[in-house]
Design a protein around this ligand. Structure first.
Ligand code: HXC
Length: 508
């Protein structure tokens, strides 16, 4: 018996060594943790239960029969984050570059199936070079199985991908079908094909960082939702994110104890909006002053900064925030901002997370660059996302709500439940000067000025909308937190009956 126990101990030790000490040292040398070290940080201490530690590939081509590593390049299992179950897989770059074989794929699909059955989130830690080249089509088949499960689980359980090394091929396509992608600065890259292939095919010379580094994907392509300085910070932030999310679409978001008074007034909000309507102010200040304990997890912070998206809590419950940011492009809605917010709204709606919208938007961005770039379709994505959402929708108009953007940003007409306006709100078809120049084309300057003043007095306030019931109430800025908390509490059991359909046809 003792010998058998020793044998198990030895086999476990061998598996834990992955691709060997030399490669582990190289991994550390690059500033990266190993697959197992990462899981230790991600999960509650001692909670990790590993599966399939002894699985090996079955490939015999290219001398592979002689190089088998127990675990085959991915560590899989489940554990807890602050006591809540999550399923995990962590690619081991020290074993064939973390590449995916048929056996490796089966380990991942087993975890995907279990996560779906158990209705618990799944987190993938990626540090891998795509399909195992020696296995060819068997590896491609394996990816297909992973992709299909990504899609089946989409909207049922949260799926999170953390990119922690150079990732190519299937190791970027599978993350692309999950809910969130985060990266680690300077050590992680995402591309369909790496710089060598790019050079061969297109003659383009580009570094991995330029092709698919964290900066590119958080600020240009919008593939990644955020980036962190190192593995430790990234993993700790994933723990923080999971705390905001429900385990599945049949659960509400978790409620954590809050020590922040919901009746907390913030007098500084009464002067947040400047007297001059063209002067910017920081909408993030409003979010931070409204959420519990100022705790806000921003999604896509570096992309389309004219709109802010992220998670906070009110009365301990998760809330998704969408807010125009007057500090960037005056908070205008362009194609990027629309896409960014639409995806976020759809995530919240799929997972029963109420949405609070802070609105100060001068309209959609005009011009050929936007029109040629498909502004109509991208703007429609946001309109569509809000209109189909059935979670509680609470909107606060702080200043401008102009034109189509007024309708789009969770107005009551498209399904917003509660629409509040600050006394500084201006709800109109467009700004006064533009409006008057169209209606009174050809009028002299003095006439235009007089008519502009008349338009401002009549329309640039919350009261025309309030008179029609489009705004439920004009509220004091300092009481915004309490008003939102009460609205969300009132809407907790909100139910919407929608006609049966197979699925909708959002303008992609
Ligand atoms: C087998 C691989 C591998 C792969 C890396 N390795 N990628 N083994 N299959 N796909 C092995 C290397 O042989 C090496 O083994 C070790 O992993 C580390 O690789 P290096 O190249 O030394 O590391 P680095 O310089 O950091 O470069 C990492 C890399 C690069 C950028 C990931 O290895 C690379 O470009 N790999 C190929 C990527 C790729 O084209 N994959 C196929 C994608 S197609 P040793 O023994 O030296 O440690 C695909 C299809 C899916 O995935 C379908 C999508 C729709």
């Amino acid at each position: 018996m003792k010998a058998m126990l020793e044998l198990l101990g030895e086999r476990r030790a061998a598996a834990r060594l992955g691709g060997g000490q030399r490669r582990i040292d190289a991994q550390h040398g690059r500033g990266k943790l190993t697959a197992r070290e990462r899981l230790e940080l991600l999960l509650d201490h001692g909670s990790f239960e590993e599966f399939d530690m002894f699985v090996q590939h079955g490939c015999t081509d290219f001398g592979m029969a002689d190089v088998k590593v127990p675990g085959d390049g991915v560590v899989t299992g489940w554990g807890t984050i602050n006591g809540r179950t999550v399923f995990v897989f962590s690619k081991d770059f020290t074993v064939f570059g973390g590449s995916l074989s048929e056996a490796h794929a089966r380990k991942i699909t087993k975890i995907q199936d279990m996560a779906l059955k158990a209705r618990a989130p799944i987190i993938g830690l990626f540090d891998a070079g795509g399909a195992r080249i020696q296995e060819g089509v068997a590896a491609l088949g394996g990816y297909g199985e992973v992709f299909k499960r990504n899609v089946i689980a989409s909207g049922v359980i949260p799926q999170i991908s953390l990119i922690m090394g150079p990732c190519a091929g299937g190791d970027v396509y599978s993350p692309a079908m999950t809910d969130f992608i985060f990266m680690v600065r300077d050590t992680s890259y995402m591309f369909v094909t790496g710089p060598d292939v790019v050079k061969t095919v297109t003659n383009e010379i580009v570094t991995a960082e330029e092709l698919g580094g964290a900066k590119v994907h958080t600020s240009k392509s919008s593939i990644a939702d955020g980036a962190y300085d190192n593995d430790v910070e990234a993993l700790l932030q994933m723990r923080r994110l999971v705390d905001f999310l429900p385990a599945s679409n049949t659960e509400g978001a978790p409620a954590w104890e809050s020590f922040d008074d919901i009746d907390r007034h913030d007098a500084s909000l009464d002067t947040l909006v400047p007297e001059n309507p063209n002067k910017p102010y920081d909408m993030k200040e409003l979010i931070l002053k409204v959420v519990d304990e100022g705790d806000f997890f921003e999604i896509q912070e570096a992309f389309a900064r004219n709109i802010i998206t992220g998670f906070g809590r009110i009365e301990g419950q998760s809330v998704g925030f969408v807010a125009n940011q007057p500090m960037v492009l005056a908070g205008v809605l362009d194609a990027d901002a629309s896409r960014k917010a639409a995806r976020f709204v759809r995530f919240c709606d799929a997972f029963n997370i109420p949405i609070v919208t802070f609105e100060d938007v001068p309209g959609f961005l005009p011009g050929t660059a936007q029109e040629y770039g498909g502004l109509i379709k991208h703007g429609a994505k946001l309109l569509f996302a809000y209109s189909e959402a059935t979670v509680p929708l609470v909107t606060v108009i702080t200043r401008k709500a102009f034109g189509g953007a007024y309708d789009v940003m969770a107005s009551k007409h498209v399904g917003g439940d509660i629409n509040y306006a600050w006394p500084t709100a201006q709800i109109a078809v467009m700004g006064a000067k533009g409006a008057v120049e169209i209606i009174f084309r050809g009028m002299d300057a003095d006439g235009i000025a007089a008519k502009t003043k008349e338009y401002e007095d009549r329309f640039l306030s919350p009261f025309v909308a309030a008179e029609r019931g489009y705004v439920d109430e004009v509220i004091m800025p300092h009481s915004t937190r309490r008003r939102i908390a009460r609205a969300l509490a009132m809407l907790r059991e909100k139910t919407v009956e929608a006609p049966w359909k197979k699925h909708d046809n959002i303008p992609l």
